[in-house]
Design a protein around this ligand. Structure first.
Ligand SMILES: [Zn+2]
Length: 173
């Protein structure tokens, strides 16, 4: 979720972080099933750029259904703790959801390509994976953690800044 937080800080209300999260869950259904069934290949056909482009529209359809109660609860908690600057609109506009879904599935393939030896991200065009071991898994995890922390701080700051600009007490929805 680290890169998602960073994108959220930059894109603000044009990006649905919750949809990005739903995309991560949907993308890892295949490895989960593979683990349960003790499969040799965990990152198969759903872990390709082509599949990511097919799965993203499915995420666009299901993210609002799955995310609506979570977002409602999240906004209520934020309001309770006087963090109105981080409250997100509950309207589920198309653009943020589309941005969250496509960046979520495609980023997932990029990061998994670096980590997992069984992934063939360019199928059906190629069986190669040029990103494998580009950086160590430790470095990748640390990079995601840093992105998440920086993104969360920046998101908080921009939210606060926007609220101050709009006048305190008026949440930016
Ligand atoms: Zn995965």
């Amino acid at each position: 979720m680290g890169p998602g937080l960073l994108i959220k800080a930059v894109a603000g209300r044009n990006f649905s972080l919750l949809t990005f999260g739903v995309a991560q869950i949907v993308m890892d259904i295949e490895p989960l099933v593979g683990i349960i069934r003790d499969s040799e290949v965990l990152h198969g056909y759903t872990h390709t750029y082509l599949a990511a482009l097919v799965i993203a529209p499915i995420v666009v359809l299901i993210a609002p259904i799955l995310g609506r109660p979570i977002l409602r609860r999240w906004n209520r908690e934020l309001s309770y703790y006087h963090l109105d600057c981080l409250v997100s609109p509950e309207s589920w506009a198309h653009l943020p959801v589309i941005m969250g879904a496509f960046s979520g599935t495609l980023f997932h393939i990029v990061l998994d390509s670096i980590m997992h030896a069984d992934i063939r991200p360019l199928v059906p065009w190629s069986n190669s994976n040029v990103l494998l071991d580009l950086v160590s898994i430790d470095a990748l995890n640390q990079g995601c953690l840093v992105a998440g922390v920086v993104g969360a701080i920046a998101w908080l700051f921009f939210g606060w800044y926007q609220r101050e600009r709009n006048g305190a007490g008026h949440p930016t929805r």
